[in-house]
Design a binder for this molecule. Structure first.
Ligand code: SF4
Ligand code: SF4
Length: 359
């Protein structure tokens, strides 16, 4: 059976990380990287300071790069394509550029180098580097996610679709379940060999872009990204999350795994600020959601985003990413056409000024 290793890692010092990575590698089926080209796909939702816990921490990535070099990888690439960046890929705030330089890794901007793949009948651009490496590692961040409840190693590969090309997919796959089934097909196409989650400092509350950092003190790794994501959801205190529920329904047994070190049930964080925490399904909300579903033929039983005028800087990031064309800027503020909104929360994800709330 496949294995999922969870180990304590209380801080981002090289010593703690090196020890934790090696413990994980010893206790799972980590690929032999000797003589191989390796791609690491971190979660760089936006280039942000490490203390915001938005990105996979550059210190953790640097130690992983060091280990891959020690083990004889002949070339290591790091890549992503944040939807919010329009110019050249910049990784200076996250310090990932310096980490890559020190360990001689090559940074790839997926937006400038991609090729078309066919997934679910769609022709989608995806990072070309996926076709040119021997080993792919997804390195996610332990974070909540407004639409999917949690974001992990499987969803992390959504970033292989460059920039704003991701946005229309939210319009096509409007429910968390349909989006999850698409993510599974995309994940298959990426041929991921191994996955890590940086859970030293996670994000709780309104993730993945505007939540609060939370010390979790763990590093996690597995050859089975679904098992890893399930472990993350359990530790956050969810009974289930849409990706895992959908994956277990479509591919029974997919999350089965042994836990040779810490078991997720042993480290559940009861007071983790989960998405939807504390909201109970009342008869009124269930009937309301059902009526809405009948009219819209998909699950709109979710809260609309709210735009906080005082905080808005009219930067247009939400306008550019909104797949439903529900947003525009008028007189220095966001104009929101509520009827068009499909509750994908892309706007909330990219707002750098915390001016969008989902309650
Ligand atoms: S307004 Fe926000 S939540 Fe609504 S469709 Fe646009 S991006 Fe999605
Ligand atoms: S709501 Fe946020 S993302 Fe949208 S224009 Fe205002 S500041 Fe920019």
């Amino acid at each position: 059976m496949q294995r999922c290793a969870i180990t304590k890692c209380n801080d981002y010092t090289s010593e703690s990380l090196y020890k934790a990575f090696n413990e994980i590698i010893r206790n799972t089926d980590f690929p032999d990287v000797h003589g191989k080209k390796v791609l690491i796909k971190p979660n760089i939702l936006s280039d942000a300071l490490p203390e915001k816990a938005i990105t996979t921490d550059a210190r953790a990535i640097e130690v992983l790069l060091h280990i891959l070099n020690e083990r004889g990888a002949i070339a290591i690439y790091i890549g992503d394509s944040p939807a919010t960046q329009t110019g050249k890929l910049s990784l200076s705030l996250s310090s990932l550029d310096k980490a890559a330089e020190r360990e001689k890794a090559i940074i790839c901007d997926f937006r400038s180098d991609n090729r078309i793949h066919e997934i679910d009948g769609l022709r989608l651009p995806m990072a070309s580097i996926l076709d040119n490496v021997d080993i792919v590692i997804s390195f996610a961040k332990f974070k909540t996610h407004q639409l999917m409840s949690a974001t992990g190693a499987v969803k992390n590969m959504f970033g292989t679709i460059p920039g704003l090309n991701k946005s229309p997919l939210h319009f096509r796959y409007r429910t968390p379940e349909s989006f999850a089934s698409f993510l599974m097909k995309l994940f298959d196409e990426c041929h991921v060999d191994y996955a890590f989650i940086d859970a030293v400092i996670g994000m709780e509350g309104p993730g993945p872009g505007n939540g609060d950092p939370r010390h979790v003190g763990l590093l996690m790794g597995s050859e089975n990204a679904y098992a890893l994501d399930k472990a993350e959801a359990v530790i956050m205190g969810y009974e289930s999350v849409p990706l895992i529920k959908t994956a277990e329904k479509l591919r029974p047994g997919i999350t089965e795994s042994e836990y040779p070190l810490i078991k997720p049930e042993e480290v559940i964080i009861e007071d983790y600020a989960r998405i939807g925490k504390g909201k109970k399904n009342t008869l009124r909300s269930i009937i309301g959601a059902s009526i809405i579903n009948v009219f819209h033929r998909h699950d709109y039983g979710r809260a609309r985003p709210e735009f906080i005028a005082d905080k808005c800087k009219a930067c247009s990031r939400c306008v550019n990413i909104c797949p439903a064309k529900a947003l525009s800027i008028e007189n220095g503020h966001v104009k929101f056409e509520k009827k068009k909104c499909i509750r994908c929360y892309c706007c909330h994800e990219v707002c750098p000024f915390d001016a969008i709330k989902v309650r």
